[in-house]
Design a protein around this ligand. Sequence first.
Ligand SMILES: O=C(CO)[C@H](O)[C@H](O)COP(=O)(O)O
Length: 235
Amino acid sequence: MSMSSEQAAEYKRHAAELAAEMVEDGMVVGLGTGSTAAFAVAALGRRYREGLRFVGVPTSLATEHQARELGIPLSGFGEHERVDLTIDGADEVQRGTLNLIKGLGGALLREKIVASASDRLVIVADESKLVDGLGEHSLLPVEVTPFGWEATARRLAEVGAHVSPRRSRAGDLFISDGGNLILDCHFEGIDDPAATELAIGSIVGVVESGLFIGMASEAVIAGPTGVARLHVAAQ
Ligand SMILES: O=C(CO)[C@H](O)[C@H](O)COP(=O)(O)O
């Protein structure tokens, strides 16, 4: 059953607020990107004003801006080797594995750097993001260097992707926070996400793909029946 955008926003807020309760005093917290993560950042801003002390590591310029406006102190990898807990959204969450597609918001590179340095990555989403197989609904964003992107796009097509360069509203090539381009890749289902990630990652010119394999420790998913905390199922 499809949900209205107001309902989806309400579910995103429920999931995000529950995850924001997981932050404890003294933590280094990865601050995700997107509309769901923004609810978590807003809740963390409220908790900071109420006396909770933590530092945030933002995953995009947009999140950095939001966190600064809320008075959340920010830090980075010069000061901290590890992040205790990151709360971020996702475009697809695979049931059972919690493997993810991320990056429709264009922040996948910074999100992946922060996720890979995190002891816990908690994904927040409404239940429309839950899928049985990755690639069911979402394109797979791949961040590539601007130089030679057309050659990189051809190599991606060779591994089975239908490739479209992402464009801004004005029709220009979209530039990521890292100064790269995003190629949105459609696959006829991604049967083996780990193999697909390896194949894409081995193409010269690819900076990162939006496949997050084995990174999420938990997903907080909200829908009409309430909020569920999902963990990786035993194989
Ligand atoms: O990966 C992302 C940004 O690069 C977002 O987390 C993802 O696109 C989900 O966004 P939203 O919460 O707005 O649906």
